[in-house]
Design a protein around this ligand. Structure first.
Ligand code: F6R
Length: 607
């Protein structure tokens, strides 16, 4: 839930580390710190609050050492405070950590008994003290790290400096992300690639259970037993502008507008219009031959993508699908079935609950598949197979383009299985493929309604409660629209299947409870229209989302957002755009921190 970054080379380290922390701030932003080697000592500076506080405090450190580490924190153990901020020091060891140590209480008690004195309330300081404790015995930091890892239970991506070894940075990774960037007589590491892209695109992915030792000219990787592992760097063709705001006021807005590109990057190479075939190279088997049902597990926005996926898979591929929230799945009694494919959806690939659910399935011997956006992430490495979404880095905390690419992959899966089972003829799949190829143009058209949406947001952003209603495919979209509004504008919003209104929620309707009604062309159109009239009859105000060939809805409300219509399944990728934009403009008008909403962090790598 935090971001770590570091540098060793021939340039001053602090400006490079601060620059990396800026790109990682989305991972946590309640405190931050840096540590840099300076004349046989390590200078540590930490500050509570946003990164700008640390930047002010490090102004006179710009021209200090050429090797150091940094951290941006999202508090788990111990409140946000300077003493709880990283880096943590123990003897000559200085350490930053992303993750959570589950047995830290037990380890802390053990170390206290041995006379170790703790400064902070964090689980991280336990790792630093533990390594230092073994270091006293072994006099060798590498061996001390290996000894310590054996005692740790939980997840960690750590970087360790030693006052006595100014030329080295030690890294250790288990279930939290960590990548190395290779430069020319300089090396880098970070929790995520965007922090490294301004400096290098030669990336080495560390795997769970690995330690790395970086110097300015070398990198060595070892397993947790100390055996060396050889790994070549990969050249990543992700441009830095992909990871920056590109002229937009917020990452979220940029990422909403990137959806046509993200969609085409995700589907292009997988569509074979000539053959009328969907090709998913990541799958070396036919799902329909091995499995008769699918169980989707995910959290938050990825869960909503899974709910849409269920409808695609059930209707197109006639596959029974069950969808579950990972935090529930991981602790409940599961009735595992070898005929079921367990499918995990995660943008970050490091969500703790989803990862734990995946491990539970693997331990039970189930077949697993992941849909992930972050390359080399824990979930993608753990699953039997992974289909990547290619949305590019998503920096805004509220997920947008990751969602639409997840939905796209789920549609590809449904079409592929439908083809395997001969439920759709090549000609029909060809038609879907051609529709997909024209979708980016229609997404651009949907994005053009942003001014209209901004005007509607001006009229509605002061309300404190909202209902979102939809049927069929529009119900998961209502859930996602409501989540977007809640998380960035802090307006309370509830989503209901429109048919459920009469079973309770209709009692809420009055002039202070606006309803966002999602009703593009679909077999449910007439029924949802009736729900709209029920709301209006009770004095409720309606914002309606309709297909641009709909001439009825305008008779009932002045607040309409039109989207193009292509086919009911692909329309979901058009419908989501106004829902994201409406939440975005409400948040901007309310003056909230759109890219870093309060209490949230991008990757929820802890429970
Ligand atoms: C909401 C949002 C979260 C994530 C959830 C799962 O905008 O971003 O609800 O969708 O935390 O994250 P991933 O997909 O990384 O597993």
């Amino acid at each position: 839930m935090c971001g770590i970054v570091g540098y060793t080379g021939n340039k001053y380290a602090v400006p490079i580390i601060i620059d990396g922390l800026k790109r990682l701030e989305y991972r946590g932003y309640d405190s931050a710190g840096v540590a840099v080697h300076e004349r046989n000592a390590i200078k540590i500076v930490r500050a509570v609050g946003k990164l700008r506080n640390l930047i002010e405090k490090t102004a006179n450190l710009k021209a200090s050492g050429t090797s150091g580490i940094g951290h941006t924190r999202w508090a788990t153990h111990g409140k946000p405070s300077e003493v709880n901020a990283h880096p943590h020091k123990a003897g000559s060891i200085v350490l930053v950590h992303n993750g959570i140590i589950e047995n830290y209480g037990e380890l802390k008690a053990r170390l206290i008994k041995k006379g170790v004195i703790f400064e902070s309330e964090t689980d991280t300081e336990v790792i630093a003290q533990l390594i230092n404790f073994y270091f006293q015995e072994t006099k060798d930091l590498f061996s001390a790290i290996i000894r310590s890892i054996k005692d740790l239970r939980g997840s960690f991506a750590c970087a360790v400096l030693n006052e006595k070894e100014p030329d080295k940075i030690y890294l250790m990774k288990y279930e939290s992300p960590l990548v190395i960037g290779l430069g020319d007589r300089e090396n880098f590491f970070a929790s995520d690639m965007p922090a490294l892209l301004p400096y290098t695109n030669r990336i080495v992915f560390l795997k769970d259970g690995e330690i790395a030792v970086l110097t300015d000219k070398t990198y060595k990787i070892f397993d947790f037993s100390g055996n060396e592992v050889k790994r070549e760097p990969e050249i990543m063709n992700i441009s830095i502008s992909q990871a920056e705001k590109g002229g937009y006021p917020h990452f979220m807005l940029k990422e909403i507008f990137e959806q046509p590109e993200a969609f085409i990057n995700t589907v292009r190479t997988r569509l074979h219009p000539d053959k009328g075939e969907i090709v998913l190279d990541e799958l070396n088997y036919k799902i329909s031959e091995r499995f008769s049902s699918i169980h989707i597990v995910a959290c938050g926005t990825s869960y909503h993508a899974g709910l849409l996926g269920r409808i695609f898979l059930e209707e197109l591929a006639e596959m029974p699908v069950y969808v579950e929230i990972a935090s529930e799945f991981r602790y409940k009694k599961n009735f595992f079935n070898k005929d079921t494919l367990y499918l995990f959806i995660s943008q970050s690939g490091s969500t703790a609950d989803t990862l734990a659910a995946l491990k539970k399935c693997k331990e039970a011997g189930m077949g697993t598949l992941a849909i992930c956006n972050v390359l080399g992430s824990s979930i993608s490495l753990e699953a039997d197979n992974t289909i990547y979404t290619h949305a590019g880095p998503e920096i805004g905390v509220a997920s947008t383009k990751a969602f639409s690419t997840q939905v796209s992959v789920l549609l590809l899966l449904a079409l592929k299985i439908a083809g395997e089972k001969n439920l759709l003829k090549r000609k029909e799949i060809k038609k879907y493929i051609n529709d997909m190829l024209s979708l980016p143009r229609l997404m651009e058209e949907a994005l053009k309604s942003s001014e209209n949406i901004k005007d509607i947001a001006k009229k509605f952003h002061k309300y404190t409660n909202f209902l979102y209603l939809g049927r069929g495919l529009s119900y998961p979209l209502a859930m996602e629209g409501a989540l977007k509004l809640k998380e960035i504008s802090y307006i309370h919003a509830e989503a209901y299947a429109a048919g459920e209104m009469k079973h309770g929620p209709i009692a809420l309707i009055d002039e202070n409870m606006p309803t966002f009604l999602i009703n593009p062309e679909s077999p449910h159109f007439e029924k949802t229209l009736s729900n709209m009239q029920e709301v209006l009859a009770r004095g409720g105000k309606i914002i309606a989302l309709a297909s641009n060939n709909d001439s009825t809805t305008k008779n009932y409300t002045d607040y309409i957002i039109y989207i193009p219509h292509i086919n009911t399944y692909l329309d979901t990728l058009l419908t989501i755009i106004p829902l994201q934009l409406f939440a975005y403009y409400c948040a901007v008008l309310k003056g909230t921190d759109v890219d870093q909403p309060r209490n949230l962090a991008k990757s929820v790598t802890v429970e």
